[in-house]
Design a protein around this ligand. Structure first.
Ligand SMILES: [Cu+2]
Length: 140
């Protein structure tokens, strides 16, 4: 819950639609995936990206309850995060809380092959992790 206020700040800035002034610096995305969060699961629950190429991961909370996207192994990864047109570059983002009916886009360049688990730790109205809300990010 500790990042909740940051998330609200992003949403309140949404109409401004800030963008980097220098579009040339925009990441060149070569691979995309979309994961839907609903019914205590990630769909699909496994996402695969290639190392060394910029990836775009879109998270859609299609549900009527809050869900989280927690990926501890991102602690040292630079991630460009876009919510409602607002873009922020972050280092070490490991937890996102997505309010119902919201979408977040993450862009990053995985440097090496590996397997990263992600999960939802929301507790209401029941424990989402215990309900099996986990997934795997494969970098090959
Ligand atoms: Cu959840």
């Amino acid at each position: 819950m500790k990042y909740w206020f940051l998330f609200v700040a992003f949403l309140s800035l949404a109409p401004v639609a800030l963008r980097a002034e220098d579009e040339d610096e925009a990441l060149h995305v070569t691979q995309r995936a979309t994961v839907r969060l609903a019914d205590y699961r990630f769909e699909p629950s496994t996402v695969t990206f290639k190392a060394g190429e910029t990836a775009e991961l879109t998270l859609i909370n299609a549900d009527t309850m809050l869900h989280e996207f927690v990926v501890p192994s991102f602690h040292d990864m630079t991630v460009e995060l876009e919510i409602n047109g607002v873009i922020a570059e972050t280092l070490g983002i490991v937890e996102l809380e997505l309010a119902p009916k919201t979408t977040a886009v993450l862009r990053f360049t995985p440097e090496q092959a590996g397997t990263h688990s992600f999960s939802c730790h929301a507790k209401k109205p029941k424990d989402h992790l215990a309900a099996g809300m986990t997934g795997t990010l494969m970098i090959r």
